[in-house]
Design a protein around this ligand. Structure first.
Ligand SMILES: Cc1cc2nc3c(=O)[nH]c(=O)nc-3n(C[C@H](O)[C@H](O)[C@H](O)COP(=O)(O)OP(=O)(O)OC[C@H]3O[C@@H](n4cnc5c(N)ncnc54)[C@H](O)[C@@H]3O)c2cc1C
Length: 495
């Protein structure tokens, strides 16, 4: 979060050991190795929603499975901790995404990027849209700009520009596959501002996308020329990358680089207070309870003073800590909703699947009323993830469409999902391995007006010296954005 308070921080508490908290702690350590850092988390391990499980010869990501490279923060952190040689680009063999329509997989029209087409012919010939839907999409070229800068929902924006069919059958599944959100509530400015900027500049998204593609082609030509001349500036990655060894490699590397005694796992911070008495400038009194893995009677409560505190926990946990200090701040934090998801990673032998699966995955529109939000063909994206002759598929269930699926017991969820996948991928029999991760309340929902809410939160936090917030609740949910939020928080409370 953006703030401008700076203070001398010799002792810093980081609340939350997800990637945002870890990035914050690592950056403090880089900036001033003499600073004493304590990181708290009620979970028994660092990483928050990032965790890699190796079993049955499979490399399974329980949460995120890759990160975007169009922003620098993810790649940059991998470089600084010394693991960039472990980065893996997505396999170039399968570039296709599928969309489920009437219980069958259809190819996403080539060149359709999240909200808009870059090519008209694939849109004109797709079986996903009716003739009227296609004509309405083409009219996007003539639809005037929005007259004001007010926020609107992704659903309003998508329908306004490209019509109801393109919205329901393409935009809605693609965006909810990422945010797990109800697009009627999701803010376009907080999640896809780039498309509103395109509208502002070019009027039509189709025209804007064409201009952007022309720029990209030129950049690719320039890069090829640089490669031929040997003047390249560094390795080139695909739009998404992952790590050999998974996200746990990043987490464990950061953990190992921080001094011993930094981590206080199984410890929940229960309150925060500003303490004026201990010095001439306010310090923070942090109270935590250890033994979150033990019965209540065996837990102990501890208190310590810190010069700086970074809260890198979800906004609803942050609210519990800050509402007693500022009621309005509590109200604002409490207004950021969260939804959850379950990811069932299922492995099949190749011969069990009779669909060519010639793509990276599939998204499912809400109008299909399926428990599946999306499927990611993990082995096709990153072949090292499952043994030769097998396919690892990550199946997402839940999101705002049905948050109860995020916590449905595995013995109910697995058969429900397998039976829904069976006609889509023409699957025979049962998966030979299933590993399900349940993530209730982990996906923040940036409702319409989110940016104004965050600006007010920042304004209030700015007036509390030595305090900074980080994490996915505010200005971006992707791993690189979370890393950036942690690093910004570290800089804001540094010496
Ligand atoms: C299923 C799923 C799939 C995803 N896929 C991708 C993807 O492929 N690519 C991508 O870029 N992003 C993806 N994301 C998003 C990204 O992974 C997350 O936004 C990011 O990892 C969140 O990191 P964080 O540190 O902000 O939060 P978290 O990982 O949630 O960590 C916050 C930590 O705060 C702790 N905490 C809470 N209360 C307290 C307290 N009182 N005291 C101490 N600690 C506390 C929690 O225990 C938790 O460990 C995905 C997210 C999910 C849920």
């Amino acid at each position: 979060m953006q703030q401008d308070n700076k203070s001398t921080c010799r002792r810093v508490a980081v609340i939350g050991a997800g990637i945002s908290g870890l990035a914050a702690a690592f950056h403090i350590h880089e900036l001033s190795p003499e600073t004493s850092i304590k990181i708290f988390d009620p979970r028994p391990r660092a990483g928050g929603v990032l965790n890699t499980v190796i079993k049955d010869g499979l490399e399974i990501e329980e949460g995120a499975d890759n990160f975007i490279t169009t922003v620098p923060w993810g790649l940059d952190l991998c470089k600084r901790v010394g693991i960039s040689d472990q980065l893996i680009t997505t396999s170039s063999q399968y570039r296709q995404t599928f969309v489920v329509f009437r219980n069958r997989l259809h190819k996403l029209p080539e060149g359709f990027l999240m909200m808009a087409p870059t090519k008209m012919w694939p849109l004109a010939t797709t079986g996903l849209l009716s003739p009227l839907g296609k004509i309405r999409a083409g009219l996007e070229l003539f639809i005037p700009r929005k007259k004001d800068d007010a926020d609107e929902s992704m659903a309003e924006f998508g329908r306004r520009r490209l019509g109801k069919e393109v919205y329901e059958r393409l935009i809605e599944p693609l965006v909810s596959g990422v945010y797990g959100a109800n697009l009627e509530e999701l803010s376009v400015l907080a999640t896809m501002e780039r498309f509103r900027e395109m509208e502002k500049e070019h009027r039509s998204l189709i025209l804007a996308m064409r201009a952007e593609m022309a720029k990209r082609r030129k950049a690719e030509r320039d890069a090829k020329t640089a490669a031929k001349l040997g003047t390249e500036s560094g390795p080139r990655y695909s739009m998404f990358v992952t790590l050999k060894g998974g996200f746990s490699l990043l987490i464990n590397t950061i953990v190992d680089k921080l001094p011993q005694g930094t981590f206080h796992l199984n410890c929940r911070v229960t309150s925060l207070n500003q303490d004026q008495s201990a010095s001439d400038r306010p310090v923070w009194r942090v109270t935590w309870q250890d033994g979150q893995d033990k019965p209540e009677s065996e837990r102990q409560t501890w208190t310590e003073l810190f010069d700086g505190v970074i809260i890198a926990a979800p906004s609803y946990n942050t609210k519990e800590l800050l509402a007693p200090l500022n009621a309005r701040l509590g109200e604002l934090l409490g207004g950021i909703g969260h939804t959850g998801t379950a990811i069932a990673s299922m492995a099949f032998k190749n011969e069990q699947i009779h669909h060519p699966m010639d793509g990276m995955g599939a998204v499912v529109p809400a109008i299909e009323h399926s428990p599946i939000l999306a499927m990611s063909f993990s082995t096709h994206k990153y072949p090292h993830r499952s043994p030769e002759g097998t396919q690892l598929i990550r199946v997402f269930a839940g999101g705002a469409r049905d948050p109860s699926l995020a916590v449905m017991p595995d013995e109910q969820l697995t058969p429900l999902l397998v039976e829904k996948m069976r006609p889509l991928l023409k699957i025979e029999g049962q998966p030979f391995a299933v590993h399900t991760a349940h993530w209730p309340n982990t996906m923040p929902q940036y409702y319409v007006g989110h940016l104004d809410r965050v600006a007010e939160i920042e304004q209030i936090v700015n007036a509390m010296p030595g305090l900074a917030l980080a994490g996915n609740s505010y200005r971006g949910v992707g791993v690189p954005a979370c890393i950036h939020s942690g690093e910004q928080a570290a800089e804001l409370i540094r010496n």
